[in-house]
Design a protein around this ligand. Structure first.
Ligand code: NAD
Ligand code: UD1
Length: 318
């Protein structure tokens, strides 16, 4: 039997993935609160639903703000984080304050306010460079960056809260998520957003290393589907699930696909490999299929085209 979503809190809900989750929840008739400090998110991401949600500008590091936002909620979708692997390498302490301690504070606010279930955004980064592909949840994690350690710690805490405090928790190990609203404006941004902007501005992109590294890119709407399933499936508390597509794309090929959409003929500049960078990433989604009923429905070329259309319009508005 499926659980109902009830009233929901989305931390990091003004960000890329969180804003799509909030939008889907509103579409399903949920009462939604978004808590975000706007450090990398934008209020504009919530334009479509702004009048139908409660927006709290605040920090997950603040227990009082968290507690008041979680009060009366049935479900929490925890997306707020420092999301860039290199940023956590440059800022190991401040990123841990948000990603580790902030997450414990979210779990604690949920526990104290009688929240039924917390769905947490974890990451495929926890696998590191485990040589076997595809990556399955049964493999031992091998984190290569502060970010990966922080996400792995989140998973341990989530499992602990499930076991020790009877708070229902589900962790989703997203692979590389892409789609409209991913912010391209920082060197810490996701590669697809950076390449989209470079191609539209006819600028040469930078590729770290030889560009033969691969990623399993999953469209944001499929990640939303996974979150809704994780929030509503009855007996999956305490578990982790890979969320990807089981297909991978090489970074060199990614640039040429995006360049072709924009009519850009520039070749990338290759620079030194990025410290902490994983070489190959590919998800097994067998567990999510079997236990959550997850099935990604957006194929890569369709998702890339939709994403490109969004960046084309976004670029005009800037
Ligand atoms: P994002 O930067 O667009 O969203 C993160 C949001 O959290 C932003 O709106 C930001 O303002 C907010 N935030 C950051 N620190 C905060 C704090 N201390 N208090 C309140 N709000 C805060 O990034 P995203 O890609 O949407 O990532 C969402 C989640 O998914 C993150 O937990 C990230 O680690 C995880 N994830 C993302 C990917 C990906 O490919 N994008 C892959 C795996 C996991
Ligand atoms: C991304 C997410 C991280 C998530 C992880 C899951 C972001 C910013 N990071 O990390 O939150 O947990 O996926 O797998 O969303 N690259 C270039 N040139 C560029 C930018 C990147 O060559 O200008 C390369 C990188 O070296 C890397 C690949 O593209 O090999 C992907 O990089 P990036 O988008 O930063 O993602 P991840 O580090 O995989």
């Amino acid at each position: 039997m499926a659980l109902t979503l009830g009233k929901a809190l989305v931390t990091g809900g003004a960000g890329f993935i969180g804003s799509h989750i909030a939008e889907a929840l509103v579409a399903q008739g949920c009462e939604v609160t978004v808590l975000d400090n706007l450090s990398s998110g934008r209020l504009a991401n919530l334009d479509v639903i702004r009048e139908r949600i409660t927006f709290v500008e605040g920090d997950i590091e603040d227990p009082e703000v968290l507690s008041s936002a979680a009060r009366g909620c049935d479900t929490v979708f925890h997306q707020a984080a420092v999301v860039s692997v290199p940023q956590t390498i440059h800022q190991p302490v401040t990123s841990a304050a948000v990603n580790d301690l902030g997450t414990i504070k979210v779990l604690e606010a949920a526990r104290q306010n009688g929240v039924r279930r917390v769905v947490l955004a974890s990451s495929s980064a926890v696998y590191g460079d485990v040589p076997q592909l595809p990556k399955t949840e049964a493999m031992a994690p091998s984190p290569l960056s502060p970010y990966a350690i922080q996400k792995l710690t989140n998973e341990f805490y989530a499992e602990l809260y499930h076991r020790m405090y009877a708070l229902q928790t589900v962790c989703l190990r997203y692979f590389n998520v892409y789609g409209p609203r991913q912010d391209p404006s920082s060197p810490y941004s996701g590669v697809i957003s950076i390449f989209m902007r470079k191609a539209l501005e006819n600028q040469q992109p930078m590729i770290y290393g030889d560009g033969r590294q691969t990623r399993d890119f999953v469209f944001v709407k499929d990640v939303v589907q996974a979150n809704i399933l994780a929030a509503t499936h009855e007996s999956v508390s305490g578990r982790v699930f890979n969320i990807g597509t089981s297909n991978s794309v090489e970074i060199n090929a990614l640039w040429y696909s995006i360049a072709a959409l924009a009519g850009c003929i520039l070749s990338p500049e290759h620079v030194d490999p990025r410290p902490g960078d994983i070489v190959h990433s590919l998800a097994s989604i067998q567990r999510a299929k079997e236990q959550l009923g997850f099935q990604p429905v957006h194929d890569f070329s369709e998702g890339l085209q939709k994403t490109f259309e969004w960046y084309r319009q976004y670029a005009r508005k800037e």
